[in-house]
Ligand binder design. Structure first.
Ligand SMILES: C=C1C[C@]23C[C@H]1CC[C@H]2[C@]1(C)CCC[C@@](C)(C(=O)O)[C@H]1[C@@H]3C(=O)O
Ligand SMILES: O=C(O)CCC(=O)C(=O)O
Ligand SMILES: [Fe+2]
Length: 386
């Protein structure tokens, strides 16, 4: 029996964030200047129902997944780890990963060396300026993309392709874009991406076991992934209660492995409340994204989160966004679809969802539902056969 894909009608979203093609906002996010500014430019002010306000969020105890237990081969420890990750992903899609085996010096270097780039003059940083529609390069608060509710942050994103013949692309990016003196930075983030790739594929095995499908199903799906490493730099803000470092959103990607520095700021929306996910040394925060939610037929949740800023010190985070190869069709394994669990989302390929978030829709908590509608309206252009 053909199981129709059932898309729940998207919640009417009066806040729909069409990315208008209006001229870029006039404001320039020059952080050495703006970090001392007590009059926050209006473009960075968030509406009352979204701004963080002066209240500290209650801490959220994120479930802890011990990768040493998962790797131990001890059936009881493995089963317990799978149960923990399954419960976490079915509820809110967030979990901590400890004993991950990633070199702690690589993590501390990765965060510390961000300063070598972000503390440069804006004119130099803009040598890597990200172009509209592209998802790599330097972006300062997205003044070129959005006209309101600008995030108080600068980002440098680059592509990591796990395909063998382009496994060095990150290293070259830095040298080519920023010059020979940044070649070592490229090597550092290349090593960082390689470590993230290994961990991400291992976590997809854990997710497969949690979902009760073949252990290798998802790790094979992501073997030749085409992912994104993003450096987030949040300068201090004199009125942190009025703005946001990163607005409320669900990651449209598949799986995010986030390394925070020692400064709090990440918050997740759980049980109708913003809750703080404070930094835990040597632990990654991992969360399910929209693409994996579709791949799990909605069983694992891609949940809303945001980042707040503070008025004293910069906050830094490094996000590895696992994304499938452009030719992979995002469709749940047959074990997860049946008469009582109809397919929730249409099949798609990642480049279509990425294009949607870069050119047509600002990622929020309804991205996937609106994308599904948009996809069906544009079926000829973005059919998975393309
Ligand atoms: C594919 C991506 C788009 C964003 C970076 C990665 C995964 C997360 C997305 C993002 C962070 C969600 C919130 C809005 C956004 C514009 C941002 O604040 O950076 C998003 C990123 C983007 O579109 O550049
Ligand atoms: O910086 C953070 O803590 C979160 C950033 C984030 O959610 C993102 O870049 O998608
Ligand atoms: Fe995110």
């Amino acid at each position: 029996m053909a199981i129709e894909c059932m898309i729940p009608t998207p919640t009417p979203n009066h806040e729909r964030q069409e990315i208008e093609n209006k001229p870029a906002a006039a404001v320039v996010f020059d952080s050495p200047v703006l970090r001392h500014e007590s009059n926050i430019p209006t473009e960075f002010l968030w509406p009352d129902h979204e701004k963080p306000g002066p209240y500290a969020a209650r801490e959220f105890q994120v479930p802890v997944i011990d990768m040493a237990a998962f790797r131990s081969g001890d059936p009881v420890a493995v089963a317990e780890t799978c149960k923990l990750v399954d419960e976490a992903c079915k509820k809110h899609g967030f979990f901590l990963v400890v004993n991950h085996g990633v070199d702690t010096e690589l993590l501390s270097d990765g965060v510390r060396e961000m300063d070598r780039y972000f503390e440069l003059p804006l004119s130099f940083k803009e040598k890597a300026l990200r172009k509209l529609g592209e998802h790599c390069g330097y972006a300062s608060s997205f003044t070129g993309r959005f006209n309101a509710k600008l995030p108080w942050k600068e980002t440098l994103s680059f592509r990591f392709s796990a395909e063998k013949e382009c496994s060095h692309v990150v290293g070259e990016y830095f040298e080519k874009t920023l010059g020979q003196e940044f070649a070592d930075l490229g090597e550092l983030y290349q090593k960082y991406c390689n470590a993230m790739n290994t961990l991400a594929l291992e976590i997809t095995e854990l997710l497969g076991m949690g979902l009760g499908v073949d252990r290798k199903h998802f790790s094979e799906f992501y073997q030749e992934n085409d992912s994104v490493l993003r450096l987030n730099y949040y300068p201090p803000c004199q009125k942190p209660e009025l703005t946001l470092g990163t607005g409320p959103h669900c990651d449209p990607t598949s799986l995010t492995i986030l390394h925070q520095d020692s400064v709090s700021g990440l918050q997740v929306f759980v049980d109708n409340e913003w809750r703080a996910v404070n930094p835990t040394p040597n632990a990654f925060v991992v969360n399910i994204g929209d693409t994996f939610m579709a791949l799990s037929n909605g069983l694992y949740k891609s949940c809303m989160h945001r980042a707040v800023v503070n008025n004293e010190i910069p906050r830094k985070s490094i996000a590895f966004f696992l994304c499938p190869h452009k030719d992979k069709v995002v469709t749940p394994p047959p074990e997860l679809v049946d008469a009582t669990h109809p397919k929730l989302y249409p099949d798609f390929k990642w480049p279509a969802l990425l294009e949607y978030t870069q050119l047509h829709y600002r990622s929020d908590t309804d991205t996937l539902l609106n994308f599904a509608t948009w996809l069906q309206q544009n079926q000829t252009l973005h059919a998975t056969q393309a």
